[in-house]
Design a protein around this ligand. Structure first.
Ligand code: GAR
Length: 212
């Protein structure tokens, strides 16, 4: 990862990207659609790794012709063995950038330190609100509604050893509306913020990596 050998096509250099998922994969779909629309010219979506078997994100990847594998944590004796397997795949594909898109497995400090500013994550709130250990998926929106905030949103950030604590890359605010449920709020945050921000952030970081 320190000395990436970027792929290239007629348009020029591209960063090789692995997307880590655990569920439905709507953020993965946003990346696939942005790439197909020519909105991520520096990104080559090479590999999708799922922490769960049978999730729809794997189907989305396969439909787009992207190599997709399930690596369930529970099939390994230790987190070390699990991460060793993932690292092997990343090295085989010469991955330059890892995108966590709804990935629910926790990565160790060793893993994260191996890829400084080479892992990005999307979180469904305006960090530093409603983030950190235990805040994922619908739970984030439940807490935002419980608190009574009038504005929430999404954040894309680099991943470091502190949960949701790495440098912020992009953020977008979304209004909370009267009568919102966690589900309606989640949908609005995805549509108005996550699916817009993630492809933009990936292209931003991939572009910088290609510049060297
Ligand atoms: C997304 O809302 C993402 O922001 C969130 O999980 C959902 C995955 O949906 N991630 C976190 O909460 C991370 N802390 P998707 O599988 O449809 O992209």
């Amino acid at each position: 990862m320190d000395n990436p050998d970027f792929s290239s096509d007629q348009q020029g250099k591209k960063a090789k990207i692995a997307v880590f998922v655990s569920g439905g994969g709507t953020n993965l779909q946003a990346l696939i659609d942005a790439a197909a629309a020519g909105k991520m010219p520096h990104a080559d979506l090479k590999l999708v790794i799922s922490s769960k078997e049978g999730v729809y994100a794997l189907e989305r990847a396969k439909n787009a012709g992207i190599e997709a594998v399930a690596v369930p944590r529970k099939t390994f004796d230790s987190r070390e063995a699990y991460e060793k397997e993932i690292i092997k795949m990343l090295e085989q594909e010469e991955i330059d950038l890892i995108v966590l898109a709804g990935f629910l497995s926790v990565l160790s400090e060793d893993f994260v330190k191996r890829y400084p500013e080479r892992i990005i994550n999307i979180h469904p709130s305006l960090i530093p609100s409603f983030c950190g250990d235990g805040f994922y998926g619908l739970k984030v929106h439940e807490e935002a509604l419980k608190y009574g905030v009038k504005v929430t949103g999404a954040t894309v950030h680099f991943v470091n050893e502190i949960t949701d604590g790495g440098k912020i890359i992009l953020q977008k605010a979304v209004d909370v509306e009267e009568g919102d449920t966690p589900e309606t709020l989640q949908k609005r945050v995805m549509e108005q913020a996550e699916w817009v921000l993630l492809p933009r952030a990936v292209e931003l970081v991939a572009g910088k990596l290609c510049e060297g």
